[in-house]
Design a protein around this ligand. Structure first.
Ligand SMILES: *[C@@H]1O[C@H](CO)[C@@H](O)[C@H](O)[C@H]1NC(C)=O
Ligand SMILES: *[C@@H]1O[C@H](CO)[C@@H](O)[C@H](O)[C@H]1NC(C)=O
Ligand SMILES: *[C@@H]1O[C@H](CO)[C@@H](O)[C@H](O)[C@H]1NC(C)=O
Ligand SMILES: *[C@@H]1O[C@H](CO)[C@@H](O)[C@H](O)[C@H]1NC(C)=O
Length: 257
């Protein structure tokens, strides 16, 4: 009975592994431990190592970043002979635009099958708000985007990967929308505040008692240092209309005890 279950499990696992391997590659976020894999307008993807197994000397890998709802429109355009310039970056996004663009990742030979390639990543949007046709520009803030790597030979697309999952970019929060009221404070915060207040109060009482005890023990001594009261005149060199030397009206001649 037990052996049966184990065998079925192993079989299922084998089927799963086979299914994953037989699928076309799909772009994914980098598995590397990085901050900011998704920001308001950039995304960090895993590099396309081993995504295309064709052997062509002049093949290049390009990336298609698209607004998810416009992914189909790229798929329709992908056989176009001018696909690389059909939707130039600076005007790629907007209601009248195609809402995708293409940017070059590198020659295919730079992305061989290599187990250590998991840590290698590609930053979408690293050129900022750039102005050339195929620059690696930032994405519209807070939009839902999808990515697809494509193989390009003599300016035509010969092979594509699947679309990535839909990735929602962050939306910056306006300062006014961050509610700072008392209701927003959690019960734990109130408890901590109360405990800290009580502790601070106890500390204050402790110091007052300490001062009272010390004050009783020590005799107060007269201050013997030299102060301004004991200077008959001094130079006010930092003043513009200076009177030199300045007569100290507060001067008190040395008192003898
Ligand atoms: C590429 O991979 C496909 C399966 O994904 C396989 O059918 C084909 O033979 C491979 N081509 C090369 C050149 O390895
Ligand atoms: C991604 O978004 C598009 C458009 O918003 C939608 O048609 C598609 O079903 C979504 N895909 C997934 C996997 O959620
Ligand atoms: C890039 O800058 C232009 C002009 O300043 C602006 O209209 C456009 O929205 C910006 N693009 C992005 C993606 O922020
Ligand atoms: C990738 O695309 C192939 C065929 O286009 C499809 O059979 C497969 O299910 C897709 N894989 C994923 C993970 O969506």
């Amino acid at each position: 009975m037990k052996t049966n279950v184990v065998i079925r499990l192993v079989l299922q696992l084998t089927v799963c592994t086979y299914a994953v391997k037989s699928q076309t590659a799909t772009p994914v976020l980098t598995p590397a431990d990085l901050q900011g894999k998704i920001t308001t307008n950039t995304v960090i993807l895993k590099q396309p190592h081993c995504y295309f197994n064709e052997t062509c000397s002049d093949c290049e890998i390009w990336l298609v970043p698209a607004i998810s709802s416009a992914a189909n429109s790229f798929d329709g355009d992908s056989t176009n002979n001018n696909i690389l310039t059909l939707s130039p970056y600076p005007s790629a996004f907007g209601p009248q635009s195609k809402n995708y663009f293409l940017t070059k990742v590198g020659p295919q030979s730079d992305f061989p099958c290599d187990k250590s390639s998991d840590s290698l990543y590609f930053v979408v949007g690293s050129d900022g708000n750039c102005t050339t046709t195929n620059c690696n520009g930032i994405l519209p803030t807070g939009s839902v985007v999808s990515f697809k790597y494509v193989l390009v030979q003599t300016s035509r697309i010969t092979k594509v990967t699947n679309w990535s999952a839909n990735i929602t970019l962050f939306t910056p929060q306006k300062p006014a929308s961050i509610y700072d009221g008392f209701v927003a404070r959690s019960g734990a915060m109130v408890v901590i505040t109360t405990i800290l207040s009580v502790a601070l109060g106890l500390l204050l009482i402790f110091f007052i008692v300490l001062c009272a005890v010390c004050g009783q023990k020590k005799e107060s001594k007269p201050i013997t240092g030299r102060g301004s009261m004991r200077m008959p005149r001094y130079d006010t060199h930092n003043l513009k209309d200076r009177v030199q030397p300045y007569e100290n009206s507060a001067y008190e001649p040395e008192r003898r005890k």
